[in-house]
Ligand binder design. Structure first.
Ligand SMILES: Cc1ncc(COP(=O)(O)O)c(C=O)c1O
Length: 395
């Protein structure tokens, strides 16, 4: 039996494939420093684990409403008001199986075959694949290093047509670590204010920003407020990747199709996880665990940026968000794929090839500094050696 035609372009995540390859290399005895997964090396904060244990003991083990619960919805709304200065009604919130299902839900709820969805290039690649599964035409706007990885508004204008149903933005960006400026978002707002389309805003990393930068949601701007569906979750900021929990915040008019559809996709989230996440959102200001993790990421980020930019063949812009560095490797003369193979096979450092995030990722590799400072230090020593070896080869 053949799979459904709409799944023809389905492929294994290159990030997962790289990790499997690393497992195989390590099984043969070679030690590898992994800069691959976007997974914090921290454990989930204790107070959240305790809340989950307590919830199980109190028999929060039943079906949940697809929204999560009224308390969960209220906690999300309160978080956005407190931290992001944005007022939403709790009734605009729907729980999801991580950020990944949130993306699947939003795109599959609205995109018909023939609709156009405009996504960033480079971009964490679930959006391209889901758009294709929907049979939509996936168009891309380029985020270029020479533009500080901001949206080129002229290009964006040229991509928007009567068929454009959705524009995806992701700030802070995976894989770049860049943050869209308010000025850039204002420009986007001017372009779309009279258009009948959805802004799908992936805000998975909005708590992880540096150098005093804040990542604004497009919902902050009057021009986009009623068009924006926010995707957010717990995986990155709360170090809860394995809990598989996230949420969307939607304008009221789009609530019903999202709510009904997610019911058929996942039938609600785990009861005790909803309880624990409600505690996480409400009590985090008391514990400040995100800030502690963020401060450690920041230390690694500063160290890596300084080291990388001191080498001859590598460079990077200062990334002010997420936990990624998009390292420019063009001076090595290798493609991103070649470089990733070369650096892991000869030096034991694993990175993700930029090309797996889109054509604009060619010439770059993604470094995830969600691993430890110890790994960052060891990897930079090795990278210096690789840099010297390239120089010795006349490159
Ligand atoms: C930009 C972005 N969106 C969504 C996700 C998916 O998040 P989750 O692990 O909560 O499914 C990720 C995970 O890497 C991501 O980087």
């Amino acid at each position: 039996m053949k799979k459904a035609d709409r799944l023809n372009k389905l492929e294994m995540s290159k990030i997962r494939m790289t990790s499997k390859k690393m497992d195989a290399i390590e099984a043969s005895g070679q030690k590898i420093i992994r800069f691959t997964y976007g997974e914090p090396n921290f454990n989930t904060p204790d107070y959240i684990k305790e809340a989950a244990k307590k919830a199980i003991d109190e028999n929060h083990t039943k079906y949940t409403d697809y929204t999560g619960s009224p308390a969960f919805q209220a906690a999300v709304a309160a978080k956005y008001e407190r931290e992001n200065g944005l007022k939403f009604k709790p009734s605009q919130v729907i729980s999801t199986h991580g950020g990944a299902q949130a993306a699947y839900l939003v795109l599959t709820t609205f995109l018909n075959p023939g609709d156009e969805v405009i996504i960033p290039n480079p971009m964490y690649n679930i959006y391209r694949i889901i758009g294709e599964i929907c049979g939509a035409t996936v168009k891309e706007y380029k985020l270029k290093e020479e533009n500080g990885f901001q949206i080129d508004l002229k290009e964006m204008e040229s991509l928007i047509t009567d068929k454009t149903k959705m524009i995806v933005i992701c700030s802070p960006s995976n894989p770049i670590g860049s943050v869209l400026t308010d000025e850039n978002l204002e420009g986007l707002g001017e372009l779309v204010k009279d258009k009948d389309l959805i802004i799908c805003s992936d805000e998975m990393y909005e708590r992880l920003t540096y150098d005093g930068v804040q990542a604004s949601s497009p919902a902050k701007f009057d021009t986009m407020r009623d068009k924006t569906i926010i995707i957010n979750g717990f995986s990155k900021a709360f170090a809860m990747t394995g809990w598989r929990i996230g949420y969307v915040i939607t304008p009221e008019e789009w609530f019903e199709p999202l709510y009904l559809h997610t019911g058929h996709q996942v039938s609600g989230m785990a009861d005790f996880i909803i309880e624990a996440c409600t505690v996480a959102l409400n009590d985090e200001p008391k514990y400040g665990t995100i800030e502690k993790m963020r401060a450690e990421f920041d230390e690694r980020r500063k160290f890596l940026v300084k080291e990388i930019n001191s080498m001859k063949h590598f460079s990077c812009l200062n990334p002010v968000g997420a936990f990624y560095i998009f390292m420019n490797i063009k001076k090595t003369g290798m493609t991103s794929d070649e470089f990733c193979d070369w650096i892991v096979e000869n030096y034991g450092v694993a990175m993700i090839t930029g090309s797996c995030f889109g054509s604009e990722g060619e010439g770059f590799v993604r470094i995830s500094y969600a691993s430890s400072m110890e790994d960052c230090k060891a990897a930079m020593e090795i990278l210096h050696k690789a840099d010297e070896d390239l120089t010795a080869q006349g490159k």
